[in-house]
Structures are given as structure tokens and as C-alpha cells.
Design a protein around this ligand. Structure first.
Ligand code: SAM
Length: 203
């Protein structure tokens, strides 16, 4: 299984934004939609071996974590275009209104789509047995990393990135790796990692 964990620092946690202006009104849910497209979509096909956690930390009721589970997701639910992916996120946020307190209990919103009040740290804890990698400029060259055959999990930031505090927390539990010398878009980094794992034969 390939896991991607995305920290969305400003992404809104209720449907109080406009679908006509996602970048300007939603705390960059457009970026999450593209990240999901990169994680799951192939040309005329769908990656069933992928799981994505997105932790949304914007107003009005953070945190909300949405988990997308490749083996259970119906490709028809997660179309490649941003607008329909945003509608799935809205469905999850609406269902998430009924979740009370700081429990890590998840609610299934659609087949393979779950919402919870999990924090970013909760998500990391849940994945602690995975082989964890932090994607970050300046990390070890991905080309030189020897990946295990299974259970790899990659942690990424959004347009703001991961904080110094996040990186400190992840020190010692996740290896910092880089895909190249520049700061790339979250969705491009996910595409690159997926293609790299395809090439080196990690399922
Ligand atoms: C647009 S970048 C974040 C930029 C942010 N302003 C910063 O300085 O951290 C989005 C995310 O993609 C990942 N990323 C960007 N460039 C990368 C690189 N060269 N190697 C690995 N991951 C990268 C990181 O996880 C980053 O948080």
C-alpha cells in the first residue's frame, strides 16, 4: 500500500466557500483536489493501492481528516476533475459536522471516503508502523533511497508547507527525502513519487 498524508494548513472545515472560486475562498481546497487526482488517477485507470489522508486545519472547526481508501473507492465517485473532487470533500465536511469531540472515530461518507476529527499528529500516530518518509526540499535524494516492498507512507505539506515544529516531531520517525532541487507543487510531488515507485517496482 502507498500512503500519502497531506497537511492542509488553511483548508476550510465547513462548506462556507464558493465552488466558483476554490483557490480564493476555501483555504486552497483546489490544491487538495489536485493532490487526490495525482494520488489516484492514471490514464483510463485508477490506483487501487493508494490511501490518502488529508488533514484540514482551516476555519471554522478544525481539525477534520478525510481518508480516501483506494481499494474501496469507486472510481466513479472520485472523478479526475477538481470540481467533482471538491464536491466529495464537501460531502465529507457536511457529514463531519455530526462528529463531536477529539475522538479518532471515523464516519464512512461514501464507499472508501471517511471523515474524522483526527489531528495531523493522530494521523501520524495511526501510521507509525509504516515506513514513513517526509517529502521536503533538501532531504535525501529519492533516487538513492532503498524503499521497502510495501507499507510506504509519505508526508507532505500544502502551499504553506510543514512547520519547523512538524519537522521536529517527525525527526527520528520519518526519513526526510527530496525529489529535486526546487520547491514543487504538492500534486506534482505526489505524481513524481507515484511514477518513481512504479519505475522501481514498489507496488
Ligand atoms: C509548494 S510546497 C511548499 C512550499 C512552502 N512554501 C515551503 O517552503 O515549505 C508543497 C509541499 O510539497 C513538498 N515538496 C515541495 N518541493 C519538494 C521537493 N523538492 N522534494 C520533496 N518534497 C517537496 C513538500 O512536502 C512541501 O510542503
Amino acid at each position: 500500500m502507498r500512503v500519502f498524508i497531506v497537511k492542509a494548513n488553511e483548508a476550510h472545515t465547513d462548506y462556507d466557500f464558493s465552488l466558483k472560486d476554490l483557490p480564493g475562498t476555501s483555504g486552497r481546497i483546489d490544491l487538495i483536489c489536485r493532490a487526490l487526482n495525482s494520488a489516484f488517477h492514471l490514464s483510463h485507470s485508477f490506483r487501487k493501492n493508494v490511501r490518502v489522508y488529508v488533514t484540514l486545519l482551516g476555519p471554522p472547526s478544525p481539525p477534520k481528516t478525510i481518508r480516501f481508501e483506494g481499494p474501496k473507492l469507486r472510481p466513479k465517485i472520485l472523478n479526475p476533475d477538481e470540481l467533482s473532487i471538491a464536491k466529495v470533500i464537501i460531502k465529507a465536511l457536511n457529514a463531519g459536522k455530526n462528529l463531536k469531540g477529539s475522538s479518532t472515530k471515523e464516519l464512512e461518507v461514501l464507499p472508501g471516503v471517511y471523515v474524522s476529527n483526527m489531528t495531523f499528529e493522530d494521523v501520524i500516530r495511526k501510521n507509525i508502523r509504516m515506513n514513513l518518509y517526509v517529502l521536503e526540499e533538501g532531504g535525501a535524494d529519492i533516487m538513492k533511497v532503498k524503499f521497502p516492498r510495501n507499507n510506504v507512507a509519505f508526508i507532505l505539506g500544502d502551499h504553506i508547507g510543514l512547520s519547523e515544529e512538524d519537522l521536529k516531531t517527525l525527526e527520528g520517525i520519518a526519513k526526510k527525502i527530496s525529489i529535486g532541487p526546487k520547491a514543487y507543487l504538492t500534486s506534482h510531488v505526489i505524481s513524481y513519487v507515484n511514477i518513481h515507485l512504479d519505475r522501481i517496482g514498489v507496488p
